[in-house]
Design a protein around this ligand. Sequence first.
Ligand SMILES: [Zn+2]
Length: 157
Amino acid sequence: MSPASAHAFATGNPLQQAVAPAASERRSCDKCYRETDQAVAKCPQCGGRLRTAGQIRALGVVLLFVGVFLVALMGAVTIFVIGVVSQAESSKLTANDTPTFLAIFALFGLVIMFGFTSIAGGLWQIVFGKRNKALKYIILALAFALLLIGSVVQLIL
Ligand SMILES: [Zn+2]
């Protein structure tokens, strides 16, 4: 089997896809990530919303910008706070303040990780035109950790 015919075998009918991209554009489900080439509005498996590769790429661009913004903003805030803390350290701060700053920096670090995950997910969607299931769970885990540390910080402050 030549590489070209192997490709045709793997993707169905490449000619038909090239001629009628709107009808046969690959869509994937928001909920269960199932992919389909059928021109249907809802996921055949779970009834969830289907997005075309183009829509997922557009969302990927948004994710990318949100991620870059988060990393840049929280990076700047972290550097600023480190500067303030290191100046105030000798005069005002006591050992009792250490857990507070650890919790706050953990929060900053998590937001930055959130940003990097968003960048990775956005790039993935732009390149592949579909979403990454693993990144979904990473984002869920990070969101949970954010909530947890956020409430710890609230308790301390
Ligand atoms: Zn589905």
